[in-house]
Design a binder for this molecule. Structure first.
Ligand code: HAM
Length: 430
């Protein structure tokens, strides 16, 4: 009997059109990162457990419930990475990468992450993130640049209907004052909180804001707001971030309840949400400052900021919204069909021009005629047919057929590339 084995719950096999979507997103984001001067870094998919438990925070959902932690054969505790920031910081400290000449050190990564969550639409146990981290500077303009970059990812991909949320959770001093007040507020509400949040009340009350139980979040949101407790320095920093965002003409909304589910955050935090996604999984990406983390890892006492986007969620939403990927390869794929008796030099000239312009191009070698050639082109996913007969050669013309809508054009031979670009543009704007 054959062995019936399914993929584990919450994982995905990615193939076909999904691969094309994914590569489109990755290529686009890589191009953007290049423009902002970020370099790629790859870190291991698993780390010593302490890398995550200590930085993300013992009382977070991720560390308490969601990590894939296992002993290796020598009994050392290892964890499949639930996120990328802690690994990057561990690596930067270990490899002593943060030296004054390269501040801010700008790194990006693309990798699979693992969280033992209850799988649902847009939430998986193995998922992919694209993240960026800028280490070494606390310049508020850098915060604005990171937020700008996050925003631009989705603008470049063709998303609309997005909301950029920002907040500041201040430094540890601001938080001390706030937590006293927040505890006072929560105390009479304790009976309405879930078991986890009752524990969080003592250990880490801020985490009540990102509890998965909506009732807990609703209670927390009625309490005092952390951004009302910022010290003078944190307040000034946040004002400057907002000023730079306005200088960049970026629309944003202050979200008083945004705290983000990691203990390492300090100061500015932000999230890109889509109004087209269900509210439980509406974040396409998010990030913030983590000014204490390098030091906590034994590195220099330097600030840092970063964000990550969810690749699977982004891809899923693109498909749902009908945003097409623009894959150069499938965009311009031309099939030359010729019935001209002595047309070889003319045809080769066209073929060469197209291939020199990086347009995928083939000739119909069957000689079965125009109708059969067009059928064949359609079947093989060509989007443009180029028909060359004796008439065309005589008049220095080309007949171009847009196979997506069967419009046909007779054009001068010199105008071929322009026409193809025009047709491709028309497909793009469909
Ligand atoms: P995060 O908000 O946990 O942040 O994750 C970033 C994005 O990853 C989310 O907005 C979401 O799109 C996606 N994501 C998270 N969990 C899942 C899941 N289970 N299934 C599918 N997609 C998911 C971080 O991970 C931080 N390390 C970001 C950061 C970088 N902060 C500073 N630097």
């Amino acid at each position: 009997m054959a062995l019936a084995i399914n993929s584990p719950r919450g994982t995905a096999d990615i193939f076909g059109d999904d691969i094309r979507y994914r590569n489109f997103i990755i290529n686009n984001v890589k191009e953007l990162f290049k423009v902002f001067n970020f370099e790629e870094m790859i870190t291991p998919a698993f780390e010593h457990t302490g890398v995550f438990s200590r930085s993300i925070g013992e009382s977070t959902d991720i560390v308490q419930k969601e990590m894939y932690t296992f002993p290796d054969k020598k009994g050392r505790s290892l964890t499949l990475r639930p996120e990328g920031t802690a690994s990057i910081v561990r690596a930067v400290v270990e490899k002593k990468m943060l030296i004054s000449e390269n501040i801010p050190l700008k790194l990006y990564y693309i990798g699979n992450m693992f969280r033992y969550e209850r799988p649902q639409k847009g939430r998986m146990r193995e998922f992919w993130q694209i993240g960026a981290e800028a280490l070494g500077s606390d310049d508020p303009l850098l915060d604005a640049e990171m937020i700008w970059m996050l925003n631009n990812i989705f603008v470049r991909l063709g998303f609309k209907n997005l909301k950029l949320l920002i907040n500041s959770i201040g430094c540890s001093r601001c938080r001390e004052d706030y937590i006293i007040k927040f505890r006072e507020f929560i105390k009479p509400e304790l009976t309405g909180l879930c078991g986890n949040c009752k524990n969080r009340y003592d250990k880490n009350p801020l985490r009540i804001f990102d509890c998965k139980v909506p009732g807990c979040r609703a209670i927390a949101s009625k309490g005092p707001k952390i951004n009302q407790f910022l010290c003078a320095a944190c307040n000034e920093h946040f004002e400057k971030v907002k000023g730079s965002l306005s200088d960049l003409s970026l629309d944003y909304e202050i979200s008083d309840d945004l705290v983000r589910g990691f203990d390492y955050y300090t100061g500015t935090i932000f999230e890109m949400i889509s109004n087209d996604l269900a509210s439980a999984q509406n974040a396409l990406g998010g990030g913030g400052r983590y000014d204490r983390l390098l030091k906590e890892f034994g590195g220099p006492d330097k600030p840092a900021i970063g964000f990550a986007i969810g690749l699977d969620r982004t891809m899923m939403l693109m498909k749902e919204l009908g945003i097409k990927y623009i894959d150069d390869e499938s965009r311009a794929k031309a099939y030359i069909i010729s019935i001209a008796a002595a047309g070889q030099p003319y045809i080769l000239d066209v073929l060469k021009k197209l291939r020199d312009a990086n347009i995928i191009c083939d000739i119909d070698h069957t000689g079965a005629g125009i109708g059969a050639g067009i059928k064949r082109a359609g079947k093989k996913d060509y989007n443009i047919a180029i028909i060359i007969g004796d008439d065309e050669i005589e008049n220095n013309k080309i007949t171009v057929k847009d196979l997506n809508n069967f419009k046909q054009y007779s054009i001068n031979k010199e105008d071929l590339l322009e026409k193809i670009i025009e047709i491709m543009g028309a497909i793009k704007n469909d």
